[in-house]
Design a protein around this ligand. Sequence first.
Ligand SMILES: Cc1ncc(COP(=O)(O)O)c(C=O)c1O
Length: 445
Amino acid sequence: MNKLVTSLGVDMSAYWLPYTPNRYFKKTPKIMQSAHGAYYYDDQGRKLFDGLSGLWCVPLGHGVERIGAAIQKQFNTMDYCPAFQMASAETFRLATRIADMAPEGLNRVFFTNSGSEAVDTSLKIAIGYHRSLGNASRFRMIGRERAYHGVGIGGISVGGISANRKMFSSLMVPGVDHLPHTYNLSQMAYSRGQPTWGAHLAEDLERLVALHDASTIAAVILEPMQGSTGVLVPPQGYLQKIREICTKHGILLIFDEVITGFGRLGANFAAQRFGVTPDMITFAKAITNGVIPMGGVIVREDIYNTIMNQGGQEQVIEFFHGYTYSGHPMPTAAAHAVLDIFEEDDIVKRASALEPVLENAIHALKGIPTVLDIRNCGLAAAIDLEPMKDQPGLRGMHVLEACIENGILVRISGDGIVVCPPFISTPAEVENLVATLGRVIKKLA
Ligand SMILES: Cc1ncc(COP(=O)(O)O)c(C=O)c1O
């Protein structure tokens, strides 16, 4: 049997690619060879504008020397230190810096290695907190339809994408319910920023409280802006209402900011952009500019204190959870370098300044055949395309491939196209990304 090989003759059999149609990919491989600034270079000699910031994780562009130098320096000093019973002073300093960027009151940081681990950690903290308060009956979690919270057992349980759940339904955490998603084409087509319709959908939380009783519900977890299912922007007033209902019933509110954290919406966190403070925030991705994995949970001080105070004698561990690589010195060094650049180059402001450029460019694509809707918020935007008859996702795949031929990378999710360019993009690069995407969609319509 013929082996499937890359252009350089590398056998592709062994590698099982994540979240990728493997059989299709191995026939039409997309092999990246190098990356510098806002561009990748592939094995066909093409230069590709990184319209999806890595996977939402490279806001500063690729190959930032300062990050590399910080990692090298840390490697020369101390490459690893046990995460349990010990720590590097730099990890404490990083936790303080992250807390300083977060909304007031959220100032305790638990480190993980990914967004998925951050989500599962936040759910465990929620359960641990209520139990410490003597409320072990609060075990239910509430997620939302169309939510993506990573791939841990907790994350897929509170997540709302059936494809991520159906194969693993026997593993689902019990006692999880879902709020409806907030997307409604007939009410909010072609919204710029937050739709005006839909705040009332938050009332569904009251229905779930009435159904289960507040005394059984531990937490609600939401992406303030749903990223993976296509930039679903919260309706005006929706998050405020969710916050009010959670506070009224003693339910913790977790914002999953794995995508939105560290500037994507033109503020440090989406919580600040939308003016709603949750009880915990999960983060990952941009904190290290994608160079080394790191994630974490930022927690309200009194949640931490409650768990500490119920921890028994001082030599006893209060919270039986953690990873070998929690607060690892190498990603910690990368994160410090990233935050230095954020501060010195006013990076969040740069992202914010690009928002109207992206908004105007993307909404100019309205009217192209097959375009069903366009949405945007911060430095992120999505276009929904009409699926091809009986072949869901094929139009999206064709768009991705034609984009690559035309020098841009975009993110596809079925027949939805998402762009989330690096914060260091120039306005002309953002405009060119969108104009190229528009030409591709038109040609394939
Ligand atoms: C909102 C959200 N939560 C969690 C995750 C999972 O992060 P990771 O892939 O680092 O586990 C993602 C990934 O895109 C995400 O968008």
